[in-house]
Design a protein around this ligand. Structure first.
Ligand code: UD1
Length: 434
């Protein structure tokens, strides 16, 4: 298993480029199920969840081509012959977002068999709202042997009101409704930019969707969708992570290739903490020369403070003067990074869904364990300012969602190395070596 060794203390300087949003790329790949024509996706990040989705689609009979060389961020998916509309436990357990194929499969093939995700490191993550929504659209759903089986001759438009805001639930049903007979109106939808990006792709495929990015989405069903080309939006969570890295290390970092509009609440909060940033076009410059002051956050659905930035914010709060209260409102059990930060010298007390962080405390290097994707990012951030060499274990979590993070950080002056690779990443053919 790979680990990172990080020596803290270097301020980050220079330009760091943001990749495409994993959370927009995953539903976009699932959307390819809805048509028998090729879908070309640009700005696909090279992260493990994309590879898991490729396997998931290939196992159904899809042709998935990943680009290489200069086109390494492109993928072409053609779901001409879907022989097996199934998502196995083996793949779903690796990536809960696999449930995104449920809606498109029923809509396109009339049936789907998708494993239930089970628990995951950040608490119970049910898919009951996906199931309920599909039932509203007329699907018959049964559950057996840990699998959901859904079937419908043709889905029909309906009124769906989400009991709770769910990002992938909104996306799953949005995809299903595009091919339904008649109009669907979905209320209390997730307003994340990734939902709007998916709707943009679906509309290019011939869907008739209005209101994506707001809490009410209207979809007029069509009988078929066609192939198209689409560019995935930048990853706002990766961008936010790099902005915090610049602030924490007292550097001067230009985070490029992002969309600052998607980061506005995060940047406002950072301004309150005393972090100076300047946004221009597709970049955010962070100048980490100020004294950091404590400030409270509470995670919320978009446009609120993202739960996917909570762990990284906590790393920053350990270096701010005063008490910061971090309240996690979206997921239970999403404070596993706190104990690891404490092992590095942070002063953090957990009280239910609140963490009280008292700063500023010097951080010292330790061996720490990454427990989930964003938790691992927070440990990398803490290590960048810790005294000594930190070892972050289980970095496969970070590889799920951050593209070559160690190479990107090294490019702006961080001392970070990956160890534990048994085989080199890219084997050089014998003919080239000779
Ligand atoms: C997505 C993101 C993830 C982010 C999360 C919240 C992707 C691939 N992942 O995850 O990075 O952390 O949004 O912003 O986009 N819930 C139910 N029943 C359901 C579905 C969800 O009770 O059927 C609950 C969940 O347990 C959770 C809350 O709703 O408490 C929000 O979850 P949801 O928005 O669905 O998260 P994901 O879409 O899985």
């Amino acid at each position: 298993m790979d680990r990172f060794v990080i020596r803290g203390g270097n301020p980050l300087h220079g330009t760091i480029r943001v990749s495409g949003a994993k959370n927009a790329a995953l539903p976009a790949m699932a959307a390819a199920i809805l048509t028998d024509e090729p879908i070309v996706l640009e700005n696909i990040p090279q992260v493990r969840d994309i590879e898991t989705t490729r396997k998931l689609l290939a196992a159904m009979g899809a042709e998935v081509e990943l680009g290489y060389g200069r086109a390494q961020h492109r993928t072409t998916i053609c779901c001409r012959g879907l022989t097996s509309p199934e998502a196995s436990y083996e793949l779903v357990k690796q990536m809960r977002a696999s449930s995104l194929v449920l809606g498109p499969l029923v809509a396109r093939c009339g049936r789907a068999r998708v494993s239930l995700p089970g628990g995951c490191a950040i608490g119970a993550r049910p898919i009951d709202l996906h199931v309920k929504g599909l039932e509203c659209l007329g699907a018959t759903i049964t559950q057996e042997h840990g699998y959901i089986e859904a079937s419908a001759k043709r889905l029909r438009g309906a009124e769906i009101v989400f009991d709770k805001i769910t990002v992938t639930g909104t996306e799953d049903l949005l995809m299903a409704a595009t091919l339904a007979d008649g109009e669907t109106v979905m209320q209390n939808c997730a307003r994340e930019p990734e939902v709007a990006d998916l709707a943009d792709l679906l509309n290019r495929m011939g869907a008739r969707i209005e209101g994506a990015g707001t809490s009410t989405i209207r979809i007029k069903g069509v009988s078929r969708l066609r192939g198209t080309k689409h560019r995935i939006i930048p990853d706002r969570i990766e961008a936010g992570t790099f902005v915090i890295a610049g602030a924490l290390t007292g550097g001067d970092l230009n985070v490029v290739g992002c969309d600052p509009r998607h980061l506005s609440v995060v940047l406002e909060k950072l301004a309150e903490v005393g972090v100076r940033t300047a946004s221009a076009g597709d970049s955010v410059r962070v100048i980490g020369d100020g004294v950091l002051k404590a400030a409270d956050i509470g995670t919320e659905e978009y446009p609120g403070f993202p739960t996917d930035m909570q762990a990284q914010y906590m790393a920053l709060a350990t270096q701010a003067e005063g008490s910061s209260v971090v309240t996690e409102n979206i997921f239970e059990n999403r404070f596993m990074h706190a104990q690891e930060l404490v092992r590095m010298g942070a002063n953090i007390k957990i009280d239910g869904n609140r963490a009280i962080v008292k700063g500023k405390t010097p951080l010292s290097a330790a061996a720490v364990l990454a427990s989930d994707l964003r938790a691992s990012a927070s440990l990398v951030l803490a290590a960048l300012v810790a005294d000594g060499e930190t070892i972050v274990d289980r970095v496969y979590h970070i590889d799920r969602g951050y593209e070559h993070i160690e190479e990107k950080l090294r490019g702006v002056g961080a001392q970070i190395r990956r160890i534990g690779e048994i085989f080199p990443k890219r084997a050089v053919p014998a003919a080239v070596r000779a």
